[in-house]
Design a protein around this ligand. Structure first.
Ligand code: ADP
Length: 243
């Protein structure tokens, strides 16, 4: 699956979320969205995911502009998986039901097939003892691992993650990043907005540095960390490495 943006912009009222972003998502290698808060990382993720429609420019998928009608956006979204900052789990459902519900509703799987898939994923992420627990009964790290399992249920082509560890303490962050590393090694394409620099460095791939609603720089992760390409990238890195 090939996703590109061509001069894409998204406006919120009088101000811009992002402007004039042209970017090709690398296949098979992770893409990290780095940059100061408010720079446009979430907005760009949401555009790529078909959760928002650009006000300017376009998102292209496999060589064609992504149509803006709801049915086309829905079928685009079905090819992807998402993990949000707070997991976004359904609070009234168990860990298992959080995984099976979208498989049955959005992906037309039978309840038996969905349950078998959920069990497989719960096992993979060391969550089997927590199968019947609701989100409030899980730790933050366990909740995010359920969110990862849910996002992978239908075997998406690309997994998009918006600061999946920012609400977690260091130990739980490590749990989630280990799970993510496992997914990366499996060869899944990841697009990840994060401030977790140790993971970013380890992961390799490419960086898109977003600042002031624009794509300021894109290139290899190694280059970004070894010699930050702009003054703003240097001060951003100095700040997050200090925190
Ligand atoms: P980041 O993810 O890098 O922190 P965001 O994409 O969340 O940045 O935000 C980019 C800009 O768009 C910010 O100025 C933010 O205030 C604005 N923005 C994002 N989402 C909304 C929204 N739903 N309504 C109004 N403004 C928004």
């Amino acid at each position: 699956m090939r996703i590109e943006t061509h001069q894409a912009g998204k406006r919120y009222g009088d101000s811009w979320g992002i402007r004039e972003v042209s970017l090709t998502i690398p296949q098979g290698a992770p893409l990290l969205f780095l940059g100061p808060s408010g720079g446009g990382k979430s907005t760009l993720l949401r555009l790529l995911a078909g959760l928002e429609i650009p006000d300017e420019g376009e998102v292209w998928v496999d060589g064609h502009p992504l149509p803006k009608d709801e049915a086309s956006l829905r079928s685009h979204r079905r090819r992807l998986g998402f993990v949000f900052q707070d997991g976004n789990l359904f609070p009234h459902l168990s860990a298992e039901e959080n995984i099976t519900l979208p498989l049955c509703r959005a992906h037309a799987q039978s309840p038996e097939a969905a349950r078998a898939r959920a069990q497989q994923l719960l096992q993979r992420f060391q969550l089997l003892p927590h199968t019947q627990k609701r989100p409030a009964e899980l730790s933050g790290g366990q909740r995010q691992r359920v969110a990862l399992a849910r996002a992978l249920g239908h075997n998406p082509e690309i997994l998009l993650l918006d600061e999946p560890t920012s609400a977690l303490d260091p130990e739980m962050t490590a749990e989630v990043l280990d799970a993510l590393e496992d997914i990366r090694q499996e060869g899944k394409t990841l697009i990840l907005a994060t401030h977790a620099t140790s993971f970013a460095r380890r992961t390799g791939g490419r960086v898109a540095f977003l600042r002031n609603h624009r794509l300021e720089w894109t290139g290899s992760t190694q280059d970004f960390f070894q010699s930050p390409p702009t003054e703003a990238a240097r001060s951003y890195l100095a700040k997050i490495l200090r925190d």
